[in-house]
Design a protein around this ligand. Sequence first.
Ligand code: PMP
Length: 352
Amino acid sequence: MSQLWSPFVKNLVPYVPGEQPKMTRLVKLNTNENPYGPSPKAVAAMQAELTDDLRLYPDPNGDKLKQSVADYYGVKTSQVFVGNGSDEVLAHAFHGLFQHGKPLLFPDISYSFYPVYCGLYGIEAKQIPLDDEFQIDVDDLINGGENSGIIFPNPNAPTGRLLPLVAIEKLLQHNTQSVVLVDEAYVDFGGESAIALVNKYPNLLVTQTLSKSRSLAGMRVGLAVGHEDLIEALERVKNSFNSYPLDRVTLAGAAAAFDDREYFHETCNKVIASREQVAAGLAALGFDVLPSAANFVFARHPQKDAADIAAALREQGIIVRHFKTERIAQFLRITIGTDEQNQILLDALQSL
Ligand code: PMP
């Protein structure tokens, strides 16, 4: 078939998402989904959309959802972009903001989709090593040389480590000529959003997802907040690619999920409390656990091989994520589940 492919396709290295096993009754702690369901108000809003109106196209601009996001963060709707999962929002940012013929800077250990988008959009990737504590050092990014942009998750994935806003602000003060994109997929589990800084720094773009803290991974909704000019670039790319990335059901559910602040805070707080219990339980079993501000923990055992632990857990129907990447090959990334799931995990580890 390959002679029918566009030449660049041969060199693509696609992203490999975490497994979505078909078996039931698993303790699935491998893809950072929320253990609790979405807001009941979001579910009701989605059900209310299942009418004959589905024959009509959805709002191409997603105005109602943008309004809910703008209200939540106290910004203008023209500062909000919405898309089909934050992966799509990130893709449009790579395409629309990072193609300047210079390298894009990101940490050596971070979201593994970044190098994939670099490959797709022909952007040179320059990976800046995390320090020995697996922390981003903004001075290393500042000294990273000429760039067409800087991107990192905060909290970082898969480490879970959080960078404080003062450090992000220092980076923005030094890096004024290219976009700094803060990927806040996990920020609601213990971080402070850099959206607070977007009116001060016109080159700051913040992306978020409804897949984690708002428990809508199955609906695919992501967003970006930043200066209107940055948002306009994303809109231009989006409207040259797919005018209707979000369907009617999804738009209604996502807006309702943003509006139901009570449920959101309640479920985030439950996940945070469980995370602290899991971290303590793992530490009691001898694991080194990195401090996490996300809905997962990143941990290694000084004596036991991570791949062996993952395989043994799997035999007991418990799935966690193991990356065969240098530097982190001895770590496991474990999503926080319900308290019952977390206990099953800790019991299984104890018996190993
Ligand atoms: N950024 C980071 C750091 C992530 O871990 C993920 C989830 N895989 C995403 C973005 C994408 O999330 P989604 O496309 O579900 O919004």
